[in-house]
Every structure is written in C-alpha cells, then in structure tokens.
Design a protein around this ligand. Structure first.
Ligand code: FE2
Length: 288
C-alpha cells in the first residue's frame, strides 16, 4: 500500500522533446531544449540552450553586446571559458564548472564571448522569468566558482552538484531568487537510481546531456529520455531518474510558477505590450 502511494507521487514525464539545433548570438551553434515552437516555455523558465562545440567556427563569434530586461540568465559552463562584460562595469570570466546567475532586472547590455581559440566549449544557458514586482529591480550578479559548488557523492555512485536548491541536506550557493529554483547537475552511474523531492505545484524538467538515456519516472509511467532531449514532468512530489544503459548525466531544474502574463520580445520579457515598447525605447535611448 505504501509503495502504491509513493508511486502515485513520483512525477511522470508528460512531454519528451528533442532539443532543436539553432544559431544564436553572432552565429553560435546551440541546441535549444526550451523556448522553441515545440515547447515555448515552462513557467517560470523561458529558455534552455545547450552549447557544445569543438569546432571554433561554431562558437568563436560569441554573443556580442545585447540587452536584457525583466528576466534572469543562468550560465553553467562544463568545458571551456567565456567572458562577460556589461555596460555597468561588471566583468567576469567563467571557466569549467562555474555558474553565473545574472538578474537583468530593469536592464543591462552585455557581451558573452568565448575565451578560447580551440578545444571544446560546452555549457548551458537557462532563462528564468522575473515576477512583475521584480522586473525593474537593480541588476544583480551571482558568480559562483566551480570549487564552491557543493558536490554530493552518495555511496551508490550518484553524484549531484547543487547549484540552486537543496539535495540531501546540502544547499546550493545561489540565493535570493524569487522563483525558489532548484538547479541540480545529476550524474547517475549505469544501473543507478536518483530520487529527489520536488515540491508539488512547482514546474520541473529534466534535460539529459550525457550518456545514452535516462529513464524518468517510475513503473509503467516511466519513459526513456535520450541524450539531447528534455522531459517536462507532470504533477507529483518527487523525481526519479534511472540510468539503465550507461552512466548518464542530466540537469534537474524546478521552480515556482509565476502565473503572470508574459509578453516577450527577444531578450525583453515583460507583462504587457506597453512595457515592451517602453523597454525598446529605453534601450534605444541609452537608458539601460
Ligand atoms: Fe545575454
């Protein structure tokens, strides 16, 4: 009976969608897992891109100066290095394993450029929406170096890097984010199983980025999610990932939905059309 109750609470995938190849910035090849026609968004998440290229021609052009308002960008590097610089004097360099959680608030103009001329560049950028009350806040950066991101290594071989949220009592370094995000990098060894509580009512997804596939869910509601695909999770209060075929790695991302109107225009994400016009006008008149 207990088993049945637990099974009912494990979130099952309601959509499994392959990421779509696209070009971004000045011609960087990326794979978009969230924020494309098949899967436009998952409140409060607006976009997830994976960039993974070992051909410099596919990444060298980078992301020259561009604005953001009303949202947050989260960059997580796995390999290679990227620099960023904004119009308010903020500068930084992201190396392997580093995270930048950038809250654009009322507006920044920044560039994100590769700091390498060869080798692999691999990482992710997630876009997170801001609540109406936070859209015009002062911009804020959280830059987290790889060695300060806790890595939980369980006896069964499961390893979890806790970027945001809490796993097995270990809290990630990102704080003060309105949507109460969970951002975990989960490595499951072949034959292993990862289980984690994710609050019911929060939206959650899994993106598989290494290994053959991850089985998401439990029992007859489980589905295999191949590398390069995203699984949107249905209701429930826990997430279960298994790696039957090979060692595998996935992002588990969850957050509290805002349930507010979203009007997007590229990197401006507001609640009304008027606010979008205002953003364009502010940007064009140099008020960012
Ligand atoms: Fe950006």
């Amino acid at each position: 009976m207990t088993t049945t109750l637990q099974a009912a609470n494990v979130r099952a995938p309601v959509r499994v969608v392959p990421a779509m190849a696209a070009q971004e910035g000045a011609g960087v090849l990326i794979h978009r897992a969230l924020g494309m026609p098949m899967l436009p968004d998952l409140d409060p998440f607006l976009m997830l891109d994976e960039f993974k290229n070992d051909d410099p021609k596919a990444y060298m052009a980078g992301f020259p100066d561009h604005p953001h308002r009303g949202m947050e960008t989260v960059t997580y590097m796995l390999a290679g290095a990227m620099s960023h610089a904004d119009n308010q004097g903020n500068r930084g360099r992201l190396g392997p394993g580093d995270v930048q959680w950038m809250t654009a608030g009322r507006g920044i103009v920044h560039s994100e450029m590769p700091q390498q001329e060869q080798g692999i560049m691999w990482g992710f950028q997630l876009w997170v929406n801001l609540a109406a009350k936070d859209k015009m806040m002062k911009p804020r950066y959280q830059e987290i170096k790889a060695d300060t991101i806790p890595a939980v290594a369980r006896a069964d071989g499961v390893r979890v890097k806790v970027i945001a949220g809490t796993f097995d009592g270990t809290a990630g370094p990102i704080n003060g984010i309105g949507v109460d995000p969970t951002y975990l990098d989960v490595a499951v060894p072949k034959g292993g199983v990862f289980e984690h509580a994710v609050r019911d009512g929060y939206n959650a997804f899994v993106y598989v980025f290494d290994g053959t596939s991850v089985t998401v869910g439990e029992g007859d509601r489980a589905r295999p999610v191949p590398r390069g695909s995203i699984a949107v999770l249905g209701p429930g209060d826990s997430v279960r990932l298994a790696a039957p075929a090979s060692d595998a790695r996935a992002l588990l991302i969850a957050g509290r939905p805002l349930n507010e109107p979203v009007v997007k225009y590229g990197p401006f994400v507001m609640n009304t059309r008027e606010q979008i016009f205002e953003a364009i006008e502010d940007f064009q008149s140099g008020r960012f």
